[in-house]
Design a binder for this molecule. Structure first.
Ligand code: UDP
Ligand code: MG
Length: 314
């Protein structure tokens, strides 16, 4: 019998955990032709999330739990889950039930028809602030303009993927995986599955602006080297501008158009401008060097503190 695996990351989701289990379990039990497992990842929550998950895992041997030693972020949590899945079809879904688990049977049908990555594309996003919608749109537009692979807009991590795609993902040596982009990068037969994104079942978003910015910069930097090339362009522009100023100064001197001492302003403008360009360039470069540094350290993306119902308890 084929098996479906669910990967569900949780960060401070005590209000949601029980309901999330109930709703996903119901969907899975109704799928008579498939075995199932649910892998919950506790991403370092310090509330009752882990306790609740442990309780569920005790009663249901198809529930596996991975608990991180601290908060390593959503992408790390999903990555850890993917390493443990044993199913043939793998579904990644948020804990807060914004992505309805009731859609899983339809996604499975598409999978049986030969699609290998069935990604959820949000038709509507109810209950999300104008700010969130705007920033999300800006992010996807920038990312697509900058990067070489097409990353579909309005998609999150909600998707069903085939075993072999997960194997390919797990074999990528990168430590800081930006999953949403990597799924497209991996290729395979992709299918956009439109759905309506609901409001959060309970609790608040765990993606404050700071985390969103980190995700955005991870996405852009791991999928594009254009920003670093922009540094070169900035350099050329600034040299051109300095030539123009130089010529202007010479012309003023030769034809005695105005006194050069008046050049104090232009000098100051030039100095501050170039200092700005240099700092900006340094900043962009340091973003890349920082990532190279991170990757060479070879530190894992997360540390597992505890595993429940999972055999290879390393
Ligand atoms: N999440 C996580 N670690 C984090 C932040 C979020 O595991 O550091 C989980 C969270 O519990 C949820 C999913 O990632 O299951 C998506 O988070 P959220 O619903 O808060 O994001 P939003 O839907 O607002 O973008
Ligand atoms: Mg959510």
């Amino acid at each position: 019998m084929k098996k479906v695996s669910l990967v569900i990351p949780m960060y401070y989701e005590e209000k949601v955990a029980e309901e999330c289990y109930k709703r996903t379990k119901k969907v899975l039990e109704d799928l008579k032709d498939y075995e199932h497992e649910i892998i919950f990842i506790n991403d370092g929550s310090k509330d009752k999330t882990l306790e609740i998950l442990e309780g569920i895992a005790k009663k249901d041997e198809n529930v596996k739990v991975i608990s991180f030693s601290r908060n390593f972020g959503h992408q790390a949590a999903v990555t850890a889950g993917l390493k443990e899945v044993t199913g043939d079809a793998i579904v990644i879904i948020d804990a807060d039930l914004q992505d309805p688990p009731e859609l899983i049977p339809d996604m499975l049908k598409l999978w049986e028809e030969g699609n290998e990555v069935i990604y959820g594309k949000r038709k509507t996003r109810s209950g999300e602030s104008v700010f969130k919608l705007m920033t999300a749109k800006m992010f996807y537009n920038t990312l697509n303009a900058l990067s070489d692979v097409d990353i579909p807009k309005d998609t999150g991590d909600f998707r069903l993927v085939d075993r072999k795609v997960v194997d390919s993902m797990n074999n990528l040596p990168e430590h800081n995986k930006f999953l949403r982009g990597l799924w497209s990068w991996l290729g395979y037969k992709q299918y956009a599955f439109e759905y309506e994104r609901k409001e959060r079942f309970a609790g608040e978003t765990k993606y404050p602006l700071k985390k969103m910015l980190k995700l955005a910069s991870d996405g852009i930097i791991s999928f594009s080297s254009k920003p670093i090339k922009l540094v070169g362009l900035l350099g050329i522009i600034s040299i051109a501008i300095s030539f123009i100023i130089l010529i202007y100064a010479l012309v003023s001197y030769i034809f005695k158009l105005n006194q050069l001492s008046a050049g104090w302003t232009s000098l100051m403008v030039a100095i501050t401008f170039f200092a700005g360009v240099q700092l900006l360039s340094l900043w962009i470069m340091s973003e890349y060097i920082g990532r190279i540094y991170d990757e060479t350290k070879g530190r894992p993306q997360y540390i597992v503190d505890k595993k429940i119902n999972i055999e290879n308890n390393q």
